[in-house]
Design a binder for this molecule. Structure first.
Ligand SMILES: *[C@@H]1O[C@H](CO)[C@@H](O)[C@H](O)[C@H]1NC(C)=O
Ligand SMILES: *[C@@H]1O[C@H](CO)[C@@H](O)[C@H](O)[C@H]1NC(C)=O
Length: 386
């Protein structure tokens, strides 16, 4: 039968079907976002990744920078991008001229063909020791926002930042959530900004860290969304069956204590490592599969938290791929849902397709071509093998 086997014919036609927009996909992740981290030297090309994400029906991606190769590979796709404006730019972004040139060089060339809907100004700024950065954050957000207004882009691109949960002084019970006192002077006006421009407050939340730090105190089932007795907030009487929802409600309470009930909380990163060092309790494939799989199911059910039952939990999973060049403990390099070759690290009920080679992305005008090609291939396969 030579090298052109029936299975390779089926694979090839499957690929063309995925390229075309015209077949319903049964397995998909509507409404789910994913972090596309690239600290690795073995990742597939962005155009292959665009096919993978399309096969998964993932239409929300968060990038840590403005990699033009990625943004171009996703032109004419249905993917909404959050792009990152790194901490190293914050000081310059307080200068309107520099903010304008950043936007004109990094953002505008990709609009509208790539759907960039959000700029994340700074990442976990308050986690670092550099207090100068603390004071640049709000002015940078304001200047970027003003520039978008001047360019007429503020309706399509929103401005926010992402914070680590370390900004909380207290996170339990959720109703007693509060921001760190030393950060209040920065966070209070940042909340006013969010309220004024109507953008969400983003947090990177990892119940895994809480478990890893106290594996004997924190019940594993509670952090993994497994059946468990849960905890009850003694003030509100609300029952929590998982830590992530308690963390989200703690942020809502912290904002409320600063006078804001008008800002939505979203999760810009969450995940669980599938591998870790000996001292990293809980970093296993089984736990990562449970954490991400269980959370995914809840998102598909559009669950809200006990404190905000009508606001569906909104998550960007961390991360798309294992990243082999990330420094730090072993867990850091093992947060991916996928290996760089496109195989899933574990099964959370979704199967993607990473093409073996780089096909340059088809122009939307010729979308009918892949359908015709796959039909043709089916017919040929039928004639040969039937
Ligand atoms: C794919 O995602 C879109 C938008 O998120 C959704 O409307 C659509 O129903 C999804 N399709 C399938 C087959 O999952
Ligand atoms: C900030 O601006 C200065 C002066 O224009 C420039 O030399 C520097 O490279 C900029 N920093 C970054 C991180 O772009």
């Amino acid at each position: 039968m030579g090298s052109f086997s029936f299975s390779s014919i089926v694979k090839l036609s499957l690929f063309f079907l995925i390229l075309s927009d015209s077949v319903p996909r049964i397995q998909g992740l509507p409404g789910v976002g994913i972090n596309y981290g690239q600290i690795a030297n073995n990742l597939p090309s962005p155009s292959r990744v665009s096919v993978l994400l399309r096969s998964l029906n993932i239409s929300r991606v968060k990038l840590y920078d403005t990699d033009p190769v990625v943004l171009s590979a996703f032109s004419n796709s249905n993917v909404d991008f959050i792009i990152g404006l790194g901490n190293e730019y914050l000081e310059n972004m307080t200068d309107p001229a520099k903010a304008q040139s950043w936007i004109q060089q990094r953002l505008q060339p990709h609009l509208p063909q790539t759907r960039i809907t959000c700029i994340l100004v700074g990442n976990e700024v308050f986690k670092g020791e550099d207090t100068k950065l603390y004071s640049y954050l709000l002015p940078a957000m304001q200047t970027v926002y003003k520039t978008l207004v001047d360019l007429g882009l503020d309706k399509q691109v929103i401005v926010t930042s992402a914070h680590s949960l370390d900004i909380l002084a207290n996170s339990f019970p959720p109703s007693a959530g509060s921001f760190r006192q030393d950060l209040a002077v920065y966070i209070q006006p940042i909340l006013s900004f969010h309220s004024q421009v109507k953008s969400p407050f983003l947090i990177n939340a990892y119940p895994y860290f809480a478990y890893k730090d106290s594996p004997n105190q924190v019940p594993l089932d509670y952090v993994l969304f497994q059946p468990n007795q849960g905890t009850t907030d003694p003030i509100t009487n609300l029952k929590y069956d998982n830590m992530l929802y308690a963390q989200i409600d703690a942020v809502y309470s912290a904002m409320k204590a600063m006078g804001h009930t008008d800002i939505e909380v979203r999760i810009s990163e969450t995940g669980w490592p599938s591998k870790g060092d000996e001292n990293e309790a809980g970093a296993t494939v089984e736990n990562a599969e449970l954490y991400n799989g269980n959370l995914l199911k809840r998102i598909q059910q559009k669950q809200g938290t006990p404190g905000k039952p009508s606001v569906p939990v909104d998550v960007y999973f961390f991360a798309l791929f294992n990243e082999n060049l990330k420094p730090g403990p072993t867990s850091e390099r093992n947060y991916g849902l996928y290996y760089p070759n496109g195989n899933p690290v574990y099964n959370i009920g979704i199967k993607g397709y990473l093409p073996e080679m780089d096909y340059s992305s088809a122009s939307p005008k010729i979308k009918i071509l892949p359908v015709c090609l796959s039909l043709l291939i089916y017919v040929i396969a039928y004639l040969i093998y039937a």
